[in-house]
Design a protein around this ligand. Structure first.
Ligand code: SF4
Ligand code: SF4
Length: 453
C-alpha cells in the first residue's frame, strides 16, 4: 500500500508496509498518485493513466522506470507480510499500568469536561488509601513477570487527594523490591493546588507529569473556570513554570484541549512554547458524543487540519519544541506488537475508581457494562479484558485499510465506542485528525533530515 500526500508544500509518498518515505518531484507525485491504490506496478504505465496526465508519454515513461526501480528495491508497493489476526491477540496479558482515579472531585469546572466536572456523574469522592493500597497489591499480583509498572494519579483533580497520593507512593516503594517490581509514577493535574511542598515531591517522585493548560489566557479562562467562575490561568501558570524549572531532565507535558469554540490551537501551542517557555506541549481535540457543544466534529475538520499544518510550519525549524503529536519515529517505530495494539486499555492498562472498581480506562468509568471487577475483591473480568486484547489493526476493519495503521496502532477504543457504539469501529473524526498529524510529522521529519528543501 502506498499513500501519497502533500504537507508543508512537500509532495511525499509513504510506502506503508516498508515505512519508506519518498520526497517526490511534482511529475512523479502526479503519476504515482494515479496508481497508489495498485497492488504492484505493471511494466509500463497503463494507457488510461497516461491520457489523464498532462505530460508526454516519454516523460511518463522516464518516471515510470524510476518508480519501478523503487519497487524492485523493496521501497514501494511492498507486500504486507501475512499476519494471522489471532497472532496479534495476546490472551490473558498481564496488567502493567494503572490509572488511579484518586479524586472523583475537582476544583475546576471545565466546560468540556469528560468527567462531568470531576465526579464522573457518580458523586464527589476521594479515594481512601486502603483502596489505593489494594490497587497496588492488585497490580503486583496481576503483572506477572513484568518489572516496570506504571501508575498514573488521575482524577478529577488528584492533588485533592494528596494524602492518598503520598501514602500510595510510599507503600509501592516499600514493597517493590521484594516483588521484583519498579513503579513509575505520573500525575495529571490542573495545577490549582500546587504549592512548594507538592512541586518538590512531584519533581522527586514522579517520572512524568501532565500539566493541564489550554494556552492563551482568554482561551484557558473561558474553557477552564474555577467553581466560582474565575479564570485559572493566573494561578496555575507561575506554578507550572516553577515546577518545570525544578524538574531537571524529567519528563513533563503541558497539555491542552481545543474545542469547537476555540479551534485556533496553533496559537495556543506557540503561546505555551514561546511566551511561557514550556518545551513539551500537547493539545488534544475535545471529543464527545454527537451533539456535544464543544466536540470537534466533521464540520470542524478542515479548519482543524489547517491548524495542524500551520503549527507544523511554525515548529518546522524549532526542534527545541516537542509537540507530542509531531513526534514520529520513522526509523524504528514502536515494537511490532505495540504498533498493532496501541495503548492496551482494558487489558494491560486499567482505571480504578475511589471505590476500587476497575474499568478499561478512565473514559469508561461509570459505565456499568464495562465494570471489570474490584481491587478489594480481587475480581477481574478476564473475558472482557480479552475482548480488549483482541482490538488491533488486524481485527478492526477500518484499520486494515488505513495507511496510518502502523503509526496510530488502531486508535482509541473509548473514542470508537462513544461515537459509534462499537469498540472496534474507530471514530472517523479522530482518525482524520490522526492522519493529518502524521502527514505533518512525516513531512517535518523529511524536511529536517534534508530529504526535501
Ligand atoms: S480539571 Fe479535569 S476533571 Fe477537573 S473539570 Fe477540568 S477537565 Fe474536568
Ligand atoms: S487512523 Fe483510524 S483507521 Fe487508521 S489505523 Fe488509526 S484508528 Fe485505524
Amino acid at each position: 500500500m502506498v499513500h501519497t500526500f502533500t504537507a508543508l508544500d512537500c509532495p511525499i509518498a509513504l510506502d506503508v508496509n516498508s515505512g519508506a518515505v519518498h520526497v517526490l518531484d511534482e511529475m512523479t507525485y502526479n503519476v504515482l498518485r494515479q496508481v497508489e491504490h495498485y497492488e504492484s506496478l505493471p511494466d509500463t504505465c497503463p494507457e488510461r493513466v497516461v491520457q489523464r496526465l498532462p505530460y508526454s508519454p516519454e516523460e511518463i515513461d522516464e518516471v515510470w522506470k524510476e518508480l519501478k526501480e523503487l519497487e524492485q528495491a523493496g521501497l514501494l508497493f511492498v507486500k504486507s507480510d501475512y499476519i494471522d489476526p489471532e497472532w496479534a491477540v495476546v490472551k490473558d496479558a498481564p496488567v502493567k499500568a494503572l490509572c488511579l482515579n484518586v479524586a472523583h472531585d475537582c476544583n475546576l469546572r471545565c466546560k468540556y469536561c469528560f468527567a462531568s466536572t470531576g465526579d464522573f456523574g457518580t458523586g464527589r469522592k476521594i479515594m481512601p488509601f486502603e483502596t489505593a493500597k489494594a490497587a497496588i497489591d492488585f497490580v503486583i499480583r496481576r503483572s506477572g513477570k513484568r518489572h516496570n509498572i506504571e501508575v498514573d494519579f488521575f482524577g478529577g483533580e488528584p492533588l485533592m487527594a494528596w494524602d492518598t497520593v503520598k501514602k500510595t507512593v510510599e507503600y509501592a516503594r516499600s514493597i517493590e523490591k521484594e516483588h521484583g517490581k519498579n513503579f513509575r509514577f505520573t500525575i495529571t493535574t490542573n495545577g490549582m493546588l500546587l504549592d512548594e511542598e507538592k512541586m518538590e515531591y512531584i519533581n522527586r517522585e514522579m517520572k512524568n507529569c501532565v500539566l493541564s493548560l489550554d494556552g492563551r489566557k482568554e482561551v484557558n479562562d473561558d474553557h477552564r473556570p474555577t467553581a466560582g467562575g474565575q479564570g485559572s490561568y493566573d494561578r496555575i501558570v507561575p506554578r507550572y513554570q516553577k515546577l518545570v524549572a525544578g524538574r531537571g531532565d524529567k519528563e513533563y507535558y503541558v497539555r491542552g484541549t481545543y474545542t469547537k469554540v476555540h479551534p485556533d490551537f496553533a496559537a495556543d501551542v506557540m503561546h505555551a512554547a514561546d511566551d511561557l517557555g514550556f518545551k513539551n506541549v500537547s493539545v488534544e481535540p475535545a471529543t464527545g458524543k454527537p451533539g456535544d457543544p464543544f466536540a470537534i466534529t466533521e464540520a470542524e475538520l478542515p479548519a482543524a487540519k489547517a491548524e495542524y499544518e500551520k503549527l507544523a510550519r511554525e515548529l518546522l525549524h524549532r526542534p527545541d519544541i516537542n509537540f507530542f503529536h509531531f513526534f514520529v519515529d520513522l526509523e524504528q517505530g514502536p515494537c511490532v506488537i505495540k504498533r498493532m495494539r496501541g495503548c492496551g486499555a482494558g487489558s494491560e492498562y486499567v482505571a480504578v475508581t475511589p471505590e476500587g472498581d476497575i474499568y478499561p480506562c478512565h473514559q469508561f468509568v461509570g459505565n456499568e457494562d464495562f465494570r471489570m471487577g474490584n481491587v478489594h475483591e480481587d475480581t477481574f473480568d478476564q473475558e472482557l479484558a480479552n475482548q480488549f486484547n483482541a482490538l488491533n489493526i488486524y481485527t478492526k476493519p477500518a484499520c486494515q485499510e488505513c495507511w496510518a495503521r502502523f503509526y496510530c496502532s488502531g486508535g482509541c477504543a473509548a473514542g470508537g465506542y462513544n461515537v459509534n457504539g462499537d469498540l472496534a469501529e474507530p471514530a472517523y473524526v479522530a482518525c482524520e485528525l490522526e492522519r493529518k498529524r502524521l502527514e505533518c510529522a512525516i513531512a517535518m521529519k523529511a524536511i529536517r533530515s534534508g530529504l526535501a528543501d
